[in-house]
Design a protein around this ligand. Structure first.
Ligand code: DP6
Length: 327
């Protein structure tokens, strides 16, 4: 049967200024703009094959055929792509990650970025990078930031023009030798995923204050990043992560993503910094701690996490490139 096929690869990203809560849940228009670093080596590779005679979409992730919500979310994204391209063919989607899924390493970001790039190409759509980013956003908000490479800003965009909510690169990967040393303290699937969490953000009395002050933090973070001012940079990165977790913990119901080891690492990182090691932390919707430092400190940060805190699994990622077609 006639087919159209494309394969794409996209990297995960770590947010320095976080996305938490949506103005529009369906369109994933975020409550605030955010800023991130695309992570090299933490990849999703996805192949999309549209076939004329296929009866239903088939979604395979990590070798497992998906059913239920995981499949539905991919099918909904394929429907968006099909509607844009004016095609009706069903697809086979095969996707694999080279890092643990569901523990705060934003696997949905690389997954929906790769699905958007491969799906659009296979459907015959010729999209610009901002268009691909806005498309990826519809699948998972943070995926908008996994389309560009390096250091990335996602502007919240305007309500009457959802296509203005996309991400772009503010500096290339080689701009700054930052390293994300990820202490993986749990690989369990979290009880409440990001999508459920975003929907609860507005129930916290702290969310309005977080959103009202986010633009100022983003500006400070962008400036510190562009001038490579690590002390100023890490101060605002930690403050932003703390504030997001305060919102999570004060939602109804409250979300406690941290484990005891998470707080132990936070305290150690702060102590190491006061003793002269340039390192800070940021944490997503999970217990793992992203320890952010410059290249020169990465080996020492990793050693201390292993030896002082008994962290067994550590992933190390540097600034990465944009999502791309393979082959
Ligand atoms: C805590 O992008 O995973 O990692 O749009 O529902 O897929 P959905 O949520 P997602 O949320 C990411 C939340 C975060 C912060 C961030 O990456 O900015």
């Amino acid at each position: 049967m006639p087919t159209r096929l494309a394969t794409a690869v996209a990297n995960a990203n770590i947010a320095f200024i976080k996305y938490w809560g949506n103005r529009d849940e369906k369109l994933r228009l975020p409550a605030n703009s955010s800023l991130s670093m695309t992570l090299s080596g933490l990849e999703t590779e996805t192949t999309v094959e549209f076939s004329e005679g296929r009866a239903a979409d088939e979604v395979i992730i990590g070798g497992q055929a998906q059913t239920g919500q995981a499949r539905e979310r991919v099918v909904a994204h394929l429907d968006t792509i099909r509607a844009r391209a004016g095609i009706v063919w069903r697809a086979r989607v095969e996707s694999s990650n080279n890092f643990p899924v569901g523990a705060g390493i934003a696997s949905s970001a690389s997954a929906f970025a790769a699905l958007s790039v491969a799906g659009a190409a296979a459907a015959g759509l010729d999209l610009t990078e901002p268009e691909l980013s806005a498309l990826a956003r519809l699948g998972s908000g943070s995926a908008a930031r996994s389309i560009p490479g390096g250091f990335v800003e996602w502007q919240a965009g305007s309500d009457d023009a959802p296509e203005t909510s996309f991400a772009w690169s503010i500096a290339p990967p080689e701009h700054w030798d930052l390293v994300d040393v990820i202490a993986v303290v749990s690989q369990k699937h979290k009880a409440v995923g990001s999508t459920g969490g975003h929907a609860l953000a507005g129930t916290s009395p702290l969310q309005a204050a977080r959103v009202a002050t986010a633009a100022e933090r983003l500006q400070r973070c962008r400036e510190a990043l562009l001038t490579r001012d690590f002390p100023r940079f890490i101060e605002v990165v930690e403050a932003d992560s703390n504030l997001m977790h305060a919102v999570m913990m004060t939602s109804t119901p409250p979300l406690f993503y941290w484990e005891p080891i998470t707080l132990a690492i936070i305290k150690s990182v702060r102590r190491w910094r006061s003793e002269g090691l340039e390192v800070g932390y940021t944490i997503d919707a999970g217990p793992n701690v992203h320890c952010v430092c410059r290249s020169v400190s990465a080996a020492e940060v990793e050693r201390r996490l292993r030896e002082n805190l008994d962290v067994k699994t550590i992933l190390v990622a540097r600034p990465g490139g944009p999502a791309r077609l393979r082959g």
